[in-house]
Design a protein around this ligand. Sequence first.
Ligand code: GCB
Length: 601
Amino acid sequence: MKKLLIAAITLLSLGANANEVALLQNVFAHESLLLNGDWHYIVDVQEEGYYDYRMNLNRWGFFQNAKPQRPEDLIEYDFDKAATMRVPGDWCTQDQRLFFYEGTVWYKTSFQAAVPVEDYRTLLYFGAVNYDAHVYLNGKHVGHHVGGFTPFNYDVTDLLRNGENVLIVKVDNKRHKDHVPTQIFDWWNYGGITRDVMLVRVPPVYIEDYSLQLEKSRDAKAKGPHTLAFSLKLNQKKAGEKVTLTIPELKLKQQFTTDDQGCVSATLKAKKLQLWSPANPKLYQVQIATDRDFTGDSIGFRTIETRGKQILLNGQPIFLKGVSVHEEKPNGGGRANGTEDAHTLLTWAKDMGCNFVRLAHYPHNEWMVREAERMGIMVWSEIPCYWTISWTNPETYANAQRQLTDMISRDHNRANVIIWSIANETPHSAERDQFLGSLAKYARTLDNTRLISMAMEVTSASNYKNRLQDNMHEYVDVVSFNQYIGWYRDVNDAPKMQWEVPYDKPVIVSEFGGGAKYGLHGAKNQRWTEEFQENLYKENTAMLDKIEGLSGTTPWVLKDFRSPRRVLDGIQDYYNRKGLYSDKGEKKKAFYVMKKWYESK
Ligand code: GCB
């Protein structure tokens, strides 16, 4: 039942966005009009399309899409004469001038629509816009969204016109110290409308959210039917609505009635259930129908728990053979989106023997999570509380909480998502503990069926003894930490290193690695060569084998990725070179070390 809080809490945090509605679960299952395509764009360095020359909001801003009416009219922009770029997509890789650009770009598209017949409603959905978006439909401000990696949707029924409609989005990717992520981060700040945009048709009373999953505690060896927990929430507090849940393959069909909150909460028995696992990523077709709404989903059933220092999938200990991944296209860079990009990246991970990916450092697109689920790959999903967040700023906290809510809200029906991560490598302080402690507790109120973790750091080391000490250990289910022995510190000392993790919880080494330029060869002590990286991986994996309670690793990183912090000419050229693959998908020598090590696990 906790799940259904999500939508309610999301609504509470929506603030002044009158048109915003709680996130529609499984948006792709609805009747929709995809607005992806070539959109006109105007680069607006000084935001003159938004502010006038006294820095007041400009009523005649670009969102008006004005056109001269008389020959003497002065209008100094014209979307229809401006160039176009692909949506979804980032602007950095579509227009050379915008490669390093951080600022405002206006986007415009138009589409034909018919105002819905009868009483149907139309939602306008964005998969993600990086980072700050103002949305306008037919000249009216629809809403303002902050955060670059999570979806949002508006009810635009009353703003739609019969015939041509004009949609304009002001996108701003300027970095700021109070944002999440903050001003500094080691990945490319790809600006733009980076995920799918669509109009979705829903009846006035529709299925806003639902959850279907295996009940947690069950002895893996127990015989007899499994128990499934089902909950559902309508977009209105409407009692007495009939809800039918059907899982044809399980010969299961059951009817429920909503309570006065517009909710259903029930358990049902399922016989001969095949559980989802990497070896058998079984998904069942599920249909949920009300009188006027219908949604279909593919859902897997599994449990994920910890026992002492073990992670248990379906009651059995499992070692997470993982790799960290950025959301970047497999060949040539740019923001990834869609099943094809996901499939390539995940196939590379699988080739290395992975059953797990850490989707760093922000929620990736939904296609990625779904493709991983289909391919039998477990997922760690993270919000961008990365490095030096403004821990004492309440707006920053609200922003992080909102991103966490939307991440969980979107993916809580995915069987492969096993870990929600709330942060990466954050500096220790009482303020940080307060911020992240609240976030962790909050995450549990949204979803108490998955594991919570964060990538920590070892801060004290002496005599080759590294001891993990982080107050956040109390709040997480899995203790994860990043370490760069052999790269940022203690080159050649990995064999002497000892690790102490003084908590009775499973341990994941969420990052380790070093850089190499593909094709650069030399001695094993020669930085940037494949041999250096290969040796580092040999020594690191041997060292990791000595960590008590090690339950998984996600080396840094699947492939070379773009980063503005990596400026060494001839070697980095704005790429972080710690990939096990090059940016073009060539395997480096260290790949084979990792593959072999995973074969032994
Ligand atoms: C880290 C960060 C990751 C960086 C990596 C590196 O600890 O978590 O985002 O890219 O190190 O390459 O330094």
